[in-house]
Structures are given as C-alpha cells and as structure tokens.
Design a protein around this ligand. Sequence first.
Ligand code: NAD
Length: 546
Amino acid sequence: MFDSLLSGMEPLPPMPENETVKGYAPGSPERAAIEAELKAMMADPPEIPLIIGGEEVRTGRVKEIRAPFDHSLVIGRYHEAGEKEAAMAADAAMKAARAWADMHFRDRAAVFRKAAGLISGGWWKKLAASTVLGQSKNVYQAEIDAVCETADFFRINPALAERLYADQPRSDAGESNIMDYRPLEGFVYAVSPFNFTAIAANLPSAPAMMGNVVVWKPASTSVLSNWWLMKLYEAAGLPPGVINFLPGSARAITGALVKRPDFAGIHFTGSTSVFNSLWKGAAENLSAYRAYPRIVGETGGKDFVFVHPDADVDAAVACTVRGAFEYQGQKCSAASRMYIPRSRKKEILDKLVAQTRELRVGSPLEYGNFVNAVIDEAAFDTIKGYIDRARANPACEILAGGGCDKSRGYFIEPTLILSAEPRSEPMAEEIFGPVLTVYAYDDSDMDAAYALVDSTSPYALTGAVFARNRHDINHALSALRNAAGNFYVNDKPTGAVVGRQPFGGARGSGTNDKAGSVLNLIRWVSPRAIKETYSPARDWRYPFLG
Ligand code: NAD
C-alpha cells in the first residue's frame, strides 16, 4: 500500500551517522588497499556500455577515457548514447515505473541502504580508485567524495524520507486525513557534473528513492566512476529500468527527452548556462507535458572569504588555502575571492603567499601532491585564459603560481592574484580552477565592504566570514544574508556534509533545493491528500435552513 499509509505507525529510528573518513596514512590498511585497486584498475581498462532497462547497450560510437594527470594513459572506453538510445531509456524507465512506485518505501530504501553497506564493506575501493584515475582527485579528496558523501546520501536520504512520509495531517474524530506522497507521473532526467562522484550518485538516486524512475546522463569526464556507481546499484538489487545509465551527447539526449509528455522533472548540477538552456527547453515544450515538470538545479558559484579586521588570521589563511585549492578549486563551493582588511593586508598576504607556494602540484598517484590536474584540456585552457588576462591587467598582480603545463597532464599551479579593482574579471567570474583573487577593502567602512561582497557576482552559493566578536559575526550574517546559501563562520566555505550542512544556493547558483535535506526530496513527490469520512451526511439539508 502507499508509503504514507504505512509509515508513521512506528517510532522513527535515529538519524544515521556519517560514514567515517579514512586517513590513508602511510602504513594504513586503506592505503595498501587503494594502491592495489589503482594498479588493478589501470591494468584492466573497461569498455563501458549504456545500461537501459537493465541491459547493456553498445552503440559502437566509442570514446576513450584518459587520465587528466597523464593524457597518455587510457583508463577506459565508453559507448556514447544519442537520440535513439535516449528514447529507449525513457521507454525502459516508464516500463519500470508502476512496479517501482508500488513497492513499499522500506524496500526501495533497502536498495540504497544496501548500496551504502556495500561501499563500507569494500566497494569504497572501486569508487575511490575510479575517482582518483578518472577525475584526478587525490585519495583524500576521493575518500570524502566518492566514498563518504556517497554512502551518506544513500543512508541519510532514506531517513529523511521516512520523516517526510511520517509528516501527516491531523484527523478529527469521524474522519481520517492522509497525505499520500506519490512519485511524479513520468521520468526524471538526472544530469550530473564531473566534479563530485557523490553528486552523480545523488542526482538519480534521490528521485528514485521517492519512487521515481530516472534517465541519468553522467558527465563525459566522470564516466569511469559513474559506471562503478551504476554497477553498485545493480549489486544492491535495484530493479532494471529504475535508473538508466546514458553517457553520451548531451544535446542529442536532451533533445530527445525534453519533448516527451512523460518528462516529469530535471535534477541537474553543473554550470548556470547549461541549466538555463535546460530550463528553456522545458519551457518551450510545456504544453506537451502531462504535468508541470519539477526543475531542480544547483549551479555555479563565486564563493567568498571575508576576513574581519579582528579575525584570527592564521585560521583565515589556512582555511582559505584549503578552500581555494583542494581539488584544484573545481568545487562549486571553492573559495575564489577573498576580502582582507587594508589594515592587515601585508601580514595576511605574506602568510597566504608562503602557504600557497608550499603546495605541491602533481599526479594524484603520488601522495605528497596537494594539487592535482584539472579535469580536461578545455578546463585547462579556460583557466589559463583567466590567468593570462590577469597577468596583462594593470589592476592585477600575480603573487604566487600562475604556471600552467599541459605537456603530460593538465596541471595549473595554485595561483594567487591581488586585484586593486574590486570588480575585476577574476574577482567577479567563476573560474573553476586553482585561482584565488584577493582584494584589500577599506576597513573604515564595513557596510560598504559587505555591500561590495554582496553585489560583485551573480552567484550566491557559499561564503565564509572570519571574525571573533559576536557583534561582528552578526553584522556579517545580516549584511550578507542573501549572498550565500551555505554560510560559514570561521571555517572554509567547502566541505558540506550530508545531513549536517544541506547544500545549495540561490540567485545564479540554482534553485536552492538543498541536496541532502528533506527540501530536495519533497521536489520528487506529488502529494495527494486523502480524506475518508466514517459517518457521511445522509441528508443534504443544513440546520440553518430551518
Ligand atoms: P557543465 O554544466 O559543463 O556540465 C554538467 C552536465 O551538463 C554534464 O553532464 C554535461 O554533459 C551536461 N551538459 C552540457 N551541455 C549540455 C546541454 N546542452 N544539455 C544538457 N546537458 C548538458 O558543468 P561541469 O563542468 O560538469 O561542472 C562544473 C560546474 O558545475 C560549475 O559551474 C560548478 O559551479 C557547478 N557545480 C555546482 C554545484 C552546486 O551544488 N551548486 C556542485 C557541483 C558543480
């Protein structure tokens, strides 16, 4: 029977704990295990098919997957989907829809809870190693993403869904009122970015958990790890057709899906421009749809760190270095503009420059490297373009880094730019690479400084303020209330944890439906209110008529 009719009858179990982060210290068992897995994976590059209705489909249009840190290294091949396969995937999803929607939530959730269990029990090696090789994350970045955050989504989302199902209206004596949290009528189109394996896990699985069927298009630069996610779903017992795996041409797949009457929603994470084009595509086809599609998108950012004049400078600098340069700045939440008080400019810049120069750049297979390769040549060229233009800009000075080398892999040094202009290109635009631009504000007018932070970019994803005095913290919280959907006090603006810091931003950063919270899950249900009267009226006349 419907989930909502069966839930709420028993006490809810406590919220699950987050997956423990492994340290990979020298001599640790996880270090030995990941090294063995990396070797095995490099020795045996897979040929990756599409998965449609549980069947492997090979189109013959094959693309190579190369490691970003060594483009001579082929780590896999994948078949590309086009329009025809997109239609097949949507048909397969719709074929699976009824049985999946009718399955009790406890059973649907068990698939994902089992997937989390499989990750902790050994699959972590596959997810971490494929993320290291395919997306050029060092083992620690792969661990917090592909292993821990993925397992967290699979455990915490079901617990949140149970709480949603248990949220039921009041019933008076003589009646029963029930909210039936139905899945959407149609399929959800999940389009994932390259930069987080966990996001690629969450985008199809969150709607699926709520009873929906999904056509999932992974990014072309994360197919290897995303393929292992698909294998994990199969190992966890996900019925065929519930999630269909469709790497391939974004335009052709989107073009085929967006016209269908059963197009029920988009679950997207990626750049603002692509999200806008998806939204426009849906709007153009609105009259063709059975229902208004749910459109959920988390997009770009230009995330700030604001250092108050009385801040703990050592904390501000260390956290900014991590927030700006971990995973080469390719996190939507990465610190990419920093505001420092003029009164402490020299002290802060000296520390920032020294620490940035200490970061080693190189292959993620060598452990001492904090910064690894960026994802591909297009990203390399874009980021280098920003650095070159900053070098030529009289308002900008490159204080550290700036070197770029794509001879073997796509390596860009962590780069620190000082901008005398508060709204220069690197202060205002999303660069999505290891580039941090600093502006020294006039700390005799704090309101003006906050107004500048608030108005410099179209985004509002993450931001951090470093300050000690509670009045100052409150001032920043209030002045920057709409400048970030995830706001950090005395911490770096990256590293949101599922269930603890629900993630997402507004303005140009997306619909702010907060991945890893019930607010996101609500978007994947279409509630029906059911009233049953135990003793219905048998006479149409009201007493007032007398
Ligand atoms: P992207 O927009 O280039 O790609 C995202 C996905 O969209 C990929 O699967 C891609 O193939 C697909 N795509 C590209 N063109 C398309 C089209 N015309 N139609 C349909 N799909 C299309 O982004 P990316 O480079 O993978 O990721 C980087 C971007 O993602 C950055 O802007 C970053 O800020 C953002 N991001 C945001 C969040 C967040 O939570 N707000 C999280 C991660 C990444």
